[in-house]
Write a protein that binds this ligand. Structure first.
Ligand SMILES: Cc1cc2nc3c(=O)[nH]c(=O)nc-3n(C[C@H](O)[C@H](O)[C@H](O)COP(=O)(O)OP(=O)(O)OC[C@H]3O[C@@H](n4cnc5c(N)ncnc54)[C@H](O)[C@@H]3O)c2cc1C
Length: 447
């Protein structure tokens, strides 16, 4: 039975929302999670692998709750180790069904109330102060009261509706529908890589990162960007019209499958209704062309079949808030981990071009710190941001948007909410040293 009032309400149950709910509940808070999808987990339950638990220096920079979640998944065969890879630093596969079940299980263990099919329709405000939320679910409107909302919507929808200043990059990274391809002859593909190294030669936009043929094999887990050569051929023949210059896929050892991150709906802004619908349509249509290309041009793919698609269109980028602190690209010179960091990200700057679809990757030698102020909107009180909507510029967003970092931020957001609630103070007023102490006790990495 739902309550009318909660200590903490988390909107969105993705890698930003779900860890925040668990962290707050473990500190004695009565927590409600509202999720517009018919299942919990957001993109964490979409089949995407988690990147960069390990940074480019080889250090594991995300631990704490995120690591606990992966360990729980591994126990049931639902996740791999953190596997070092040359482009994305490390990759951790999760099984989408197990992820979804485990998220539900961990929220249930902490007695968190959850409501799916529940889309935020309104923020209840008293001036600049959060007082509750309204959601719409299955034809009805529901109101819940709280002093603390955590925005894990990925689109900063709570912040936007509360009147917080939000930003969108000039050229938003394009959305994608990912999908599995099955029945691949991986040996044949790897043989092609060995005999045609140009197929994995990364262009200038990868700033010196390279792939080696010996990292590929049917008995190896690998993440590759390939077929630069064959796409050129197919484009000349009129068989490839997508805004991509490569095929981006990951392979789990000893399987005949690959997870494909190839579609791109460029020149769309998925925070706008019409663009969202147009993007879904474009990406589904692109899968036809990709499958035709793979079967006709790519060694090892002649008899391949289409497997499962992501459950819904994945939006890489939409709104972010303007926070009390903002990480901007000038930090790339020093790569600091400041004293008020509450999470780290160990990823590279990874930007998928909006107008061209071309990908740029700037390798970053080691992790940076995310200050608590990036989670707190400039003016609105009682609201904590989590996941990818924190206050960073568009370049740094290329580092903070990955799910390992979103989970670390989520743990910090939920812990901060509990500290504020217990003391009866605003999240903007908590002692960041105390927050960091609690995060360290939980095994999180903050320095
Ligand atoms: C195509 C694609 C590929 C990617 N590849 C990778 C990858 O390989 N590895 C990696 O680590 N990261 C990857 N990312 C980035 C990463 O998945 C996201 O940045 C990350 O999931 C953001 O987490 P989040 O919790 O902020 O948002 P999300 O994961 O999007 O979760 C937000 C949740 O909030 C819910 N929600 C939204 N609005 C409302 C509302 N109004 N009311 C109620 N609920 C709402 C959504 O339904 C969703 O469940 C990729 C992203 C995309 C789109």
């Amino acid at each position: 039975m739902y309550q009318e009032r909660y200590d903490v309400i988390v909107v969105g149950s993705g890698p930003g929302g779900f860890p925040a709910a668990v962290a707050a509940a473990r500190r004695g808070m009565k927590v409600l999670v509202l999720e517009r999808n018919p299942f919990l987990g957001g993109l964490l339950a979409s089949g995407l692998p988690l990147l960069a638990f390990i940074d480019r220096s080889g250090r594991q920079v995300v631990k704490g709750f995120a690591e606990e979640f992966i360990i729980r998944l591994r126990e049931v065969g639902g996740a791999t180790e953190h596997i070092p890879v040359p482009i994305q630093n490390s990759i951790t596969y999760v099984n989408m069904s197990w992820a979804r079940i485990m998220i539900n299980e961990m929220l249930r263990e902490e007695h968190v109330d959850t409501m799916v099919y529940a889309e935020l329709s309104e923020m209840l405000m008293e001036g600049d102060r959060v007082k509750g939320v309204k959601v719409f679910s299955r034809g009805e409107s529901y109101t819940f009261y709280t002093e603390t909302v955590i925005d894990g919507t990925g689109d900063a929808s709570c912040a936007y509706k509360a009147g917080a200043r939000c930003e969108k990059g000039e050229n938003l990274q394009p959305p994608t529908l990912t999908f599995d391809v099955e029945n691949i002859d991986i040996e044949k593909f790897c043989e092609y890589v060995r005999t045609h190294p140009e197929t994995i030669k990364l262009p200038e936009t990868f700033k010196g990162i390279s792939q080696q043929a010996e990292d590929f094999g049917a008995d190896k887990t690998f993440a590759t960007m390939c077929f630069f050569d064959l796409i050129e051929q197919a484009r000349e023949a009129g068989d490839f019209t997508l805004p991509r210059n490569m095929i981006d896929f990951t392979h789990q050892k000893n399987t005949d499958r690959g997870f494909f991150n190839v579609t791109r709906a460029i020149n769309t802004d998925v925070s706008e209704l019409e663009d969202y619908n147009r993007a879904e349509d474009i990406c589904e249509h692109q899968i036809f062309e990709i499958m035709r290309f793979l079967r006709k041009y790519c060694p090892g793919f002649k008899n391949c079949t289409l497997g499962q698609m992501m459950p819904y269109l994945g939006a890489r980028e939409s709104r972010r808030i303007a926070g009390k602190k903002t990480l901007t690209s000038d930090i790339l010179k020093e790569l600091p981990v400041p004293d008020d960091s509450v999470a780290l990200t160990g990823y590279n700057v990874d930007i998928h071009g909006q107008t061209s679809g071309i990908m740029t990757m700037i390798p970053i030698p080691h992790a940076i710190g995310i200050p608590y102020g990036c989670l707190i909107p400039e003016k609105i009180e009682g609201l904590i941001m989590s996941g990818r909507t924190i206050s960073v510029d568009q370049t740094i967003f290329g580092m903070t948007r990955i799910m390992s970092a979103c989970m670390a931020v989520g743990e910090a957001a939920g812990t901060a909410a509990a500290i504020a609630c217990k003391k009866g103070i605003l999240p903007s007023g908590i002692d960041v040293k105390e927050l960091r102490r609690e995060l360290i006790e939980q095994g999180a990495v903050v320095s």
